[in-house]
Design a protein around this ligand. Structure first.
Ligand SMILES: NC(=O)c1ccc[n+]([C@@H]2O[C@H](COP(=O)([O-])OP(=O)(O)OC[C@H]3O[C@@H](n4cnc5c(N)ncnc54)[C@H](O)[C@@H]3O)[C@@H](O)[C@H]2O)c1
Length: 271
């Protein structure tokens, strides 16, 4: 996809944070937008403020498989084509493997992994039919390295990365007209930590304050980086200087990054 004007772009989780900033930037680049979220109020605010030439909103829970497939068909019907799906909706959980409940583990996997997998599979036939499609799946730097108390989020975001990298190669091998990118944001100043679930022994206030201190990138800057990555057809889009640092750490040290992260976490996450 060399340019975005008049392309139909679908953004999940568009009611806040990175999704909202993406909606605004894609609108400024001339996209026609299909925006969805579970948060009706946030979604409406995004739609009203994004200034798109055409925007439709859809209440959608990405953990609901049948709803996503129905949504994909509805968007294709409403717009006549679909070029770009950004599977962005996500949630966070801070809890150790020993402490987290099955319910919380499943909540994260259902939204952060299955939401992305279903979103991709439901929209893929429409993207192929468009002749110029792009799948963008939002993982995290926690899809590159493991971090204490993030096992569920790590599992979902590593799974998104593997799924997305395999899909990119499939599209290339099959000669399909669909590009595929996996996004790995570092800390972005959004509502994600406020909306996160916490294990019962977590100090939620301290965790959230710690996140605010570490999150170095604005959602607007994140959206710029993602859109640039889409136009350059990057397979891996790293967002923020911390993401580049973590990627380098991983490449240089291999599994030996773990004691370093454990030491950092002892000071910053066990509060
Ligand atoms: N903020 C960060 O530091 C950071 C870092 C790495 C990755 N990410 C990822 O970026 C993506 C966007 O997160 P954000 O930081 O903008 O957070 P955010 O909380 O500001 O926005 C997430 C949006 O997803 C929506 N959402 C939650 N559950 C949903 C569901 N079941 N169905 C549909 N929508 C749902 C929320 O209502 C919200 O509008 C997520 O996938 C997140 O994991 C964020």
């Amino acid at each position: 996809m060399k340019e975005l004007n008049n392309k139909v772009a679908v953004v999940t989780g568009a009611g806040s944070g990175i999704g909202r900033a993406l909606a605004k930037l894609l609108a400024a680049r001339g996209c026609r937008l299909a925006l969805s979220d579970v948060n009706e109020v946030g979604l409406k605010e995004t739609a009203e403020s994004c200034g798109a030439k055409e925007v439709r909103t859809y209440l959608l829970d990405v953990s609901d498989r049948d709803a996503i497939y129905a949504h994909a068909d509805q968007v294709a019907k409403d717009f006549g084509q679909v070029n770009l799906i950004i599977n962005n909706a996500g949630v966070a959980l801070s809890a150790s493997v020993r402490e987290m409940t099955d319910d919380d583990f499943k909540w994260v996997m259902d939204i952060d992994f299955w939401g992305v997998a279903h979103g991709t599979r439901a929209f893929l036939p429409h993207l192929i039919a468009s002749g110029d499609g792009h799948v963008v799946n939002v993982s995290s730097v926690f899809g590159l390295i493991g971090v204490p108390k993030q096992s569920a989020y790590n599992a979902a975001k590593f799974a998104v990365r593997g799924f997305t990298e395999a899909l990119r190669q499939e599209m290339q091998v099959e000669g399909q007209p669909v590009a595929v990118s996996c996004v790995h944001p570092g800390g972005i100043r959004t509502n994600i930590a406020n909306a996160a679930r916490m294990g019962k022994s977590e100090n939620a206030d301290a965790q959230r304050k710690g996140f605010d201190k570490l999150a170095m990138t604005t959602p607007e800057k994140a959206a710029e980086t993602i859109v640039k990555g889409i136009l350059r057809d990057e397979s891996r889009i790293l967002v923020g200087p911390d993401a580049w640092g973590i990627d380098a750490l991983n490449r240089l040290l291999g599994a030996a990054y773990q004691p370093l992260v454990a030491r950092f976490s002892r000071k910053n996450l066990y509060v």
